[in-house]
Design a protein around this ligand. Structure first.
Ligand SMILES: Cc1cc2nc3c(=O)[nH]c(=O)nc-3n(C[C@H](O)[C@H](O)[C@H](O)COP(=O)(O)OP(=O)(O)OC[C@H]3O[C@@H](n4cnc5c(N)ncnc54)[C@H](O)[C@@H]3O)c2cc1C
Length: 605
């Protein structure tokens, strides 16, 4: 199968060789699985992505969603529907969920790999089951047994969909400022009134009912996040026998017109315009933020994979284009008018762009998959120390992966466009779509500025004894120790110097409790595995002999490619960290001193 989306050899390398997924079967939670099942599941996700999801991406983007102002209904692209059917039929919805809830109980690490394929193929389409999954998981974790079976099971089967409803016109990053109101009724239900905006999949014609988890304040409860509760608000009420009943006064007042993800039904929802919207409390009163945040943390990891997968597809397209586009002569013959044309992949600057994208994507893949493996460890392991450390890693890596992969995702898609030249800017090629779709990922699920504050303040400075940070740097030091004698000393020294610098920064910030941006620091630890393999396969061959081996032996090329991209990252990208560290240490106070008046001329308000 021709896969223009994700480097499957690298996915398998990270999952099986680096993170040693097969060893997870020693835990009772995963004892029923084996290597072949994991491998076949990843292959199935690849097939689903390439053959079912990817062919819908261009048309879905072109057609977009349509809102009817009379019926208030939203039509999603017709081409999406059979693809969604196939996704549910193949069982991807419950891949990692607990078997008691109808899931397959696979490791989240497998789920991460499967998601990367789906996101690379068409993450806009993947959001319909993605949001539904988040809602379902929230129900399975916090709802009553009756609610789980009434709503959760129907979401698992794909009959109904789910959303997450936090944002309001005046409550975006500051969720605590929301105005949606809940009034308790004599029968224990609540009357909900309010407006939510930007609600992904909010209204659509695929699912026969929508289940909205809605954040609202019960009349009389305190201001701010402490006074927020969460309610299950179905679009249609559900009869005792589980069938769809009366309309629950949830109206779509429009869809957003966006830069990208045109096939996503990003909706404005009005709850209770006619005073008839019923909500059912999930969990306890005033526990809304706690419940929603559990889901959001997992969703943030999903956004990291969206950013990574979308960028992966842009890179893969750029590589294919660069290998086939003839333009100019080889740099050694640039003054010879009779020199044969070469493909742009031979030009040093194009190689630099490709290697830049490859090195970031491979690092991201390791980091994200490592995060998901640690999520598995938090519940599979029975060793309390191991579990605590895994939890610490999950906490610190969540904002790092969310912001790191999505900010870099924007840069990678932009670099992919640069690789194409003018054709990349035109809609005949898919790079415009990848670039347009990349930006929102840095904004939703907590903007990347909010992630930066979460990382610095909550996950590091306010974390007791900086446990999370130490769990992460312990792994980094272990990696350096393992790499001794395998990776050239100059790379290890550079990285160790970076770790020392980072420790100093944390110390300084602890003194000042200031915030700073130092996301995206990680090492290409895979070199400890790739270099010995490369040496085994390529030996001491040089020049034309080496090129011949790389052309003939795909495995030799793979391990050499990975070693080179890691070296490129460490030698060419990592040193930029020292500049950033210096900037944080300099502690420039201008942003604090700047008031509204300084940003514009006298006439601007
Ligand atoms: C396409 C799309 C889909 C979405 N899907 C959903 C969904 O399904 N459900 C849902 O509930 N919401 C959804 N959202 C909403 C999204 O999560 C919010 O847009 C986001 O949280 C930011 O809120 P805001 O737009 O009000 O921006 P603001 O909060 O106004 O932020 C504007 C800028 O100010 C910065 N800022 C704000 N507060 C602070 C602070 N205290 N300190 C430092 N900087 C700050 C932000 O980082 C940002 O750069 C979606 C949005 C879009 C565009």
């Amino acid at each position: 199968m021709l896969n223009p989306l994700v480097d499957t050899r690298d996915v398998k390398f990270v999952v099986f060789e680096l993170l040693e997924l097969d060893k997870m079967t020693k835990y009772p939670a995963f004892a029923d699985f084996d290597h072949d099942t994991f491998d076949a599941t990843i292959d199935l996700a690849e097939q689903m992505a390439v053959e079912v999801f990817f062919p819908t991406a261009e048309e879905g983007d072109k057609i977009g969603v349509k809102w009817d102002p009379v019926t208030k209904a939203v039509k999603i692209p017709e081409i999406f529907k059979p693809a969604l059917d196939k996704y549910y039929e193949a069982g991807f919805m419950g891949l990692t969920d607990h078997p008691e809830d109808g899931g397959m109980g696979m490791p989240n690490l497998v789920g991460a790999a499967a998601s990367e394929y789906i996101c690379a193929a068409n993450y806009c389409l993947g959001m319909y089951p993605g949001l539904s999954h988040g809602c379902m998981e929230m129900l399975f974790t916090h709802a009553t047994e009756e609610q789980k079976r009434m709503y959760g099971d129907k979401i698992m089967s794909g009959e109904w969909g789910g959303t997450m409803c936090l944002t309001e016109p005046e409550a975006g990053s500051d969720v605590g400022n929301l105005k949606t109101k809940a009034v308790k009724q004599a029968d224990g239900t609540y009357k909900i009134t309010g407006q939510k905006i930007f609600i992904s999949s909010g209204e659509n014609d695929y699912y026969s009912n929508m289940i909205h988890p809605v954040l609202a304040r019960i009349e009389g409860d305190p201001k701010g996040t402490k006074g927020i509760s969460i309610f299950i608000v179905p679009k249609y009420l559900v009869n005792a026998d589980g069938s769809v009943g009366a309309f629950n006064d949830v109206t779509c007042s429009g869809v957003e017109h966006k830069m990208g993800i045109h096939g996503q039904a990003t909706s404005q929802l009005a709850f209770g315009d006619n005073g008839n919207c019923v909500g059912y409390l999930m969990g306890q009163e005033r526990q809304g933020m706690k419940i929603m945040f559990q889901m959001m943390n997992f969703a943030r990891n999903g956004v990291a994979i969206q950013g990574h997968g979308n960028a992966s597809a842009a890179y893969m397209h750029a590589v294919t284009y660069a290998k086939n586009r003839y333009q100019g002569a080889d740099v050694t013959q640039m003054l010879n008018p009779d020199a044969p044309l070469v493909t742009i992949s031979k030009h040093p600057d194009v190689k630099r762009m490709l290697l830049w994208m490859k090195s970031h994507l491979e690092g991201q893949r390791i980091l994200c998959y490592f995060l998901f493996k640690n999520i598995d460890m938090t519940h599979a392991s029975s060793d309390e120390t191991e579990k605590a450390e895994a939890q610490g890693l999950v906490e610190i890596l969540t904002p790092i992966c969310k912001a790191g992969c999505t900010d870099k995702g924007v840069e990678i898609t932009s670099m992919a466009m640069q690789t194409y030249g003018g054709y990349g800017y035109c809609k005949d090629y898919p790079i415009v779509r990848y670039m347009n779709d990349s930006k929102i990922l840095a904004i939703w699920e907590g903007t990347n500025g909010i992630q930066s504050m979460d990382l610095t303040m909550r996950k590091i400075l306010m974390n007791k004894d900086q446990f999370n940070y130490k769990a992460m740097t312990k792994r980094m030091h272990e990696t350096v120790a393992k790499a001794k004698g395998i990776v050239e000393d100059k790379y290890l020294e550079l990285f160790t110097e970076g770790l020392k610098e980072l420790d100093e920064l944390i110390e300084m910030l602890k003194q000042q409790m200031a915030t700073g941006k130092f996301l995206n620091l990680f090492m290409h630890g895979s070199m400890t595995v790739t270099i010995p393999k490369m040496k085994e396969l390529v030996g001491d061959a040089k020049g034309a002999d080496r090129d011949a081996i790389l052309n003939d032996n795909a495995e030799a090329a793979f391990y050499t490619g990975k070693t080179l991209s890691s070296q490129f990252y460490l030698g060419s990208e990592f040193p930029k960290f020292f500049g950033r560290a210096r900037a944080i240490k300099f502690n420039e106070g201008a942003p604090i001193k700047a008031t509204d008046a300084v940003f514009t001329g006298a006439l601007a308000e």
